[in-house]
Design a protein around this ligand. Structure first.
Ligand code: NAP
Length: 481
């Protein structure tokens, strides 16, 4: 059984806590290892190590920090197959997805920020007849990055890369459910000679280990991705020490499908946007709003496509739809399907547990599920399920579609499907979401701001926003009188 330890001060350590958390391979429903559940002492030791590392790292030339980030990217790339296999095993996602999305994106996160940060203007001057002002952007100190289980290394590195390149030292906590690739990142850091303490990776439960980090007075900022309820808790717990916060949280993303859409392309794209990673991407479409005139036709063709998705062993290359990442989440999704039935929903396809043969016979698989017949105010249309369950509703006017799309507490993303780009833009401007895609989904230029409105987010990630988040301004004023 694998033991996932902390990576502190450049070494793997088991910490002081005797408590261990079982780690599962969701495709087979059995444990593959254990995680150390870090104590407050383990957290404090890691923070001390990051405090000691800060002066050296923050005063290093940016180009040299960039060399470390590029070396980390190169090292992950040289082990990409191993990282993909482990990511797939830990999460239950198809290996093809880990291969094409998770690991390449983790690599490009480091490369992107290594280059982007060189172009950023850290010092500017503002002079007038009474003063000369030098305005600089400086690293914060020791910062914390907390990530969820759905895109483990992808989201972990999306936070760590900008935090490091700007000269901060980092305490990073992955999810207790999928910690393996974050653990491997420690090996990579050692291999490239990253100075000890610059990146400390702390394992454990969010409600204990995560909480110790969030409340620690030496942590200057928290970059968090996870659920909105956890975000609220972190917001409260960080307030005593006035930390900077970036909170990327949940969504209930609408897809607005007009009768003038590119029909077949939209069907393919919506199948992907609804069920990629078993629907466990914060940006997945979960409420499909379809123009009345094409509702019946779209419903039939969409359900045909969905029921043809190949569910299977995540390690097989042709698997399109894998396992749900944890037993707890599997139970939660099944409870939502039961609730949908109790609320009178019509299950069009899926709605049941999938039993595979062989190696995956005890895995946590749920068939991709499409349902209709619920109002927008129903729990299924309001609460984030974060799994392979989408609802269909029809609309009869643009204003009706916009009203339904905006009628949730979330505002992360939305998609709009019409061949009329002018209409797509006009409607986008009226949708309360931080990221809106017209005739596409998950297309990402890493320079663009990423994040949600309402209960989906506070702050933005990506190029400029990430650099600004991980630095703070100082103005030095000389009187010229
Ligand atoms: P979660 O339960 O909120 O956990 C996220 C992270 O926070 C985990 O590392 C968790 O540790 C930690 N945590 C939990 N309680 C904490 C506390 N009190 N203090 C500090 N850290 C704490 O979310 P999840 O279930 O892992 O992920 C699913 C959610 O993430 C969904 O809502 C999804 O929409 C959202 N998400 C959002 C985005 C985005 O960019 N907006 C991207 C991906 C996912 P443990 O795992 O050990 O509990």
């Amino acid at each position: 059984m694998k033991l996932i330890q902390n990576y502190v001060n450049g070494e793997y350590v088991s910490g002081t806590s005797a408590h261990r958390i079982d780690l599962f391979d969701p495709a087979i429903g059995r444990p593959y290892g254990q995680l150390i559940d870090s104590s407050i002492k383990d957290v404090n030791d890691a923070i001390n190590s990051s405090k000691i590392a800060f002066p050296l790292w923050s005063s290093m030339k940016l180009n040299n920090r960039a060399k470390y980030l590029n070396a980390i990217a190169d090292e992950i790339e040289s082990r990409a197959n191993e990282f993909s296999e482990i990511e797939s095993m830990d999460t239950g996602k198809p290996i093809s997805l880990a291969n094409s999305l998770d690991i390449p994106r983790a690599i490009s996160n480091f490369r992107f920020f290594a280059e982007y940060a060189k172009k950023f203007e850290y010092i500017s001057n503002l002079n007038d007849e009474i003063s000369k002002n030098e305005i600089s952007r400086n690293p914060l100190g020791v910062v914390c990055c907390i990530s969820p289980w759905n895109l483990p290394l992808y989201l972990f590195t999306w936070k760590i890369a900008p935090a490091l390149i700007t000269g901060n030292t980092v305490i990073a906590k992955p999810s207790e459910i999928t910690p393996y690739t974050a653990y491997l990142l420690g090996e990579v850091c050692t291999k490239v000679g990253l100075p000890p303490g610059v990146l400390n990776i702390i394992q454990g439960r969010g409600s204990t280990t995560g909480d110790f980090i969030v409340k620690n007075e030496f942590i200057k900022a928290i970059s968090f991705t996870g659920g909105s309820e956890t975000g609220k808790t972190i917001y409260k717990n960080a307030s005593n020490t006035f930390k900077k916060l970036s909170l990327e949280m949940g969504g209930k993303n609408p897809a607005i499908i007009f009768q003038d859409c590119d029909y077949n392309d939209t069907l393919d794209s919506i199948t992907r946007s609804s069920f990629l990673n078993q629907g466990q991407i914060c940006l997945c479409s979960s409420r499909l709003l379809i123009e009345e005139s094409i509702y019946d036709r779209f419903k039939k063709d969409f359900c045909d496509r969905v029921s043809n998705l190949k569910i299977g062993d995540p390690m097989e290359l042709d698997t399109q739809f894998g396992a749900i990442s944890s037993e707890e989440h599997f139970t939660k999704i099944n409870n939502y399907i039961k609730l949908a039935k109790d609320e009178g929903a019509n299950i069009l396809t899926g709605g049941i547990v999938e039993r595979l043969n062989g190696r995956c016979a005890d895995g946590w698989f749920i068939r991709p599920t499409v349902l209709e017949g619920l109002s927008n105010s129903s729990r299924l249309n309001q609460e984030e399920i974060f799994g392979p369950v989408v609802t269909l509703q029809s609309f009869n006017s643009e204003s009706n579609a916009i009203k339904m799309a905006n009628d949730t507490v979330y505002g992360l993303s939305a998609t709009i499907w019409t061949k009329d780009n002018k209409k797509g833009k006009k409607i986008s401007r009226k949708i309360d979401a931080g990221v809106i895609w017209v005739n596409c989904w998950l297309v990402r230029n890493l320079n663009t701001p990423f994040g949600g409105m309402k209960q989906s987010g506070l702050g933005r990630e990506g190029g400029n926003d990430a650099i600004q988040f991980f630095t703070e301004q100082k103005n030095i004023c000389l009187s010229t009188r």
